[in-house]
Design a protein around this ligand. Structure first.
Ligand code: S3P
Length: 178
């Protein structure tokens, strides 16, 4: 059987490790790696925080859709998707039409710890960051759960998480396009 070539889209909340895990899995598969935030920043010539501040979140969501529709390779590519990319209606279906979708998951306490001392996420530029994260997490939990296979990224070495994602990818990619 020839090795799978379908893309892999890693979705999930901020701080679940999509970029770290994605890079590792891409190395193991010999695939290209893209991070949707970095690609959009590069194309727009400014950081996500400035896009939010100057053009608004709705515009950023349009840029995310455009990136998924046309601005990345259509095979042998792993995409770490920004945490809100899969949230707007139709985005999960769009991702599924283009490849395998795997959701990374971590408990809210872990996400709080991982994001507490970072400053680049515009949605977390508020006085009460913990409350904001809990609200967003509660709003989105159901959407992330619908995305498909969930892989827990808490308290496990990267090697193990990447191995789990790879197994899921191989199983699901074999069914892709059938
Ligand atoms: C967002 C998550 C961020 C980035 C933007 C909005 C979100 O990506 O796309 O700040 O809505 O959850 P990460 O998940 O990589 O932090």
């Amino acid at each position: 059987m020839s090795p799978p070539t379908a893309n892999l889209y890693l979705v999930g909340f901020m701080g679940t490790g999509k970029s770290t895990v994605g890079r590792q899995v891409a190395r193991q598969l010999g695939f290209q790696f893209r991070d949707s935030d970095r690609e959009i920043e590069h194309a727009q010539g400014k950081p996500v925080s400035r896009i939010f501040a100057e053009e608004g979140e709705a515009h950023f969501r349009t840029l995310e859709r455009g990136f998924i529709e046309k601005d990345h390779p259509t095979s042998r590519c792993i995409v770490a998707c920004g945490g809100g990319l899969v949230v707007p209606p139709g985005m999960l279906e769009l991702l599924r039409s283009r490849g395998v979708v795997v959701c990374l998951h971590a408990p809210i306490e872990t996400i709080l710890k991982r994001t507490m001392h970072t400053s680049h996420r515009p949605l977390l530029q508020v006085d009460n960051r913990e409350q904001r994260l809990r609200e967003l997490y509660a709003q989105r939990e159901e959407i992330y759960r619908r995305t498909g296979t969930m892989v827990l990224t808490d308290s496990r070495p990267l090697r193990e998480i990447a191995g789990h994602v790879l197994r899921v990818y191989r199983l699901e990619a074999a069914q892709f396009n059938k």
